[in-house]
Design a binder for this molecule. Sequence first.
Ligand SMILES: Cc1cc2nc3c(=O)[nH]c(=O)nc-3n(C[C@H](O)[C@H](O)[C@H](O)COP(=O)(O)OP(=O)(O)OC[C@H]3O[C@@H](n4cnc5c(N)ncnc54)[C@H](O)[C@@H]3O)c2cc1C
Length: 404
Amino acid sequence: MDLNLFGSHAALREELRDFVAAFGRKSPRNVDFRNRPGKEVLDWQKILVEHGYVGRNVPVEFGGAGKPRDVMESHIIAEAFASAEIYPGLPSQGVSLLVPTLLIVGTEEQKRAYVSATLRGDLVWCQGYSEPGNGSDLANVQTRGELRDGYWVINGQKTWTSSAHYAQMMFLLCRTEPQQPKHKGLSYLLVPMDSPGIEVRPLKTMTGRSEFNEVFFTDVKVPEYSIVGNRGEGWDVANVTLEHERSLIGDTRKLITRLDKLIKLLNTTEADGEPLIHRGEFRTRLLRLQGEVLAWKFHHLRLLTEAAQGTDSGVKRLIVKYGGSVLASRLSELAIDALGSAGLQFDLTDATSEATTWYIDHMYDIGLMIGGGSTNIQKNIISERGLNLPREPRAANASQTGRS
Ligand SMILES: Cc1cc2nc3c(=O)[nH]c(=O)nc-3n(C[C@H](O)[C@H](O)[C@H](O)COP(=O)(O)OP(=O)(O)OC[C@H]3O[C@@H](n4cnc5c(N)ncnc54)[C@H](O)[C@@H]3O)c2cc1C
């Protein structure tokens, strides 16, 4: 790939320089994505939408910039924001997961009702897929939806639902066709979180915070038109969303930023008066990780080249979620080792201390290796779909793996 930019791409980079100079100071810093976005974040989100940096390829009639899809443009925008340390906009499940799904399978009414408001941050969504007995085995969802008198009546329970404590809407997977085989019996519904019969209970994680929730449904009613796709097609609709989720979790920029932070930590943390970066056991691990991050960066560029050429990257794309999330965790693991006994004094209620940030990142990394399809499930996908290896042996009555 030629890394130089020409024509419209070079012009876009210039445009971004001007944007950063004019608006950069308005970018929020240290955004806490675990709580409802505040005014500063929402104002910034609207600036991004109005300049076409969020919702760039979304048609104008649904609140986007209506530009043709161009992966290089998305890459240039993301790079410019990362290097200027500017907030790239809400990473919410609504913007990242629901909007692309609605644009592909939603009705005109659904696109009009939800896409623009979601892009602008006025509507926050949560994802109601996982249940106490069905995470990896997503197709086994048991929450029921029954059509009665023009309404879907929903009963059941979701769990691990990020943002449910402040989201206004949920995209929910439920079983509407119990007589059909499990992959054919699901439907995808859009549910207001203030509907009578919904109860949200926070779950406390080992970070000491409540980042996700249990959500209980008792005779919750939503109009029949709240379905996305047709009855029984929920599995296919959900998989449109999962593709987006996995590419988000494998983001390379996060790895590069984290590596830089780790190098700084090893340079500034000393043992016996010597910076840790000079000690063999840390230096060797750091160099190995640095090599892997670099390889990952070039892998990303290769995927970018193939996407720009319209080529399906196949197995090269399938390794992104697995490889990216595991490498992120190994980077924070080295930081935890470097912090040593100093790190044991971290205080989870003080998110400004460096040790606390590393510990929270490291604990959250474990979650990212699970969420959106666990590492084990990703390995199944890579081997079975990417490398055409034989399917893993299954117990006689074991259910098929859903998130694969
Ligand atoms: C931070 C975070 C945020 C999340 N947010 C959301 C959300 O907003 N909405 C939502 O719906 N869900 C959310 N989840 C849930 C997430 O999608 C599930 O945790 C995930 O799909 C795994 O399901 P499970 O927890 O039920 O584990 P299980 O499926 O019970 O798996 C347990 C273990 O068994 C392994 N395993 C299972 N099946 C196989 C197999 N066939 N082969 C090999 N190993 C296997 C898994 O890898 C795992 O190690 C979130 C999870 C996390 C960690």
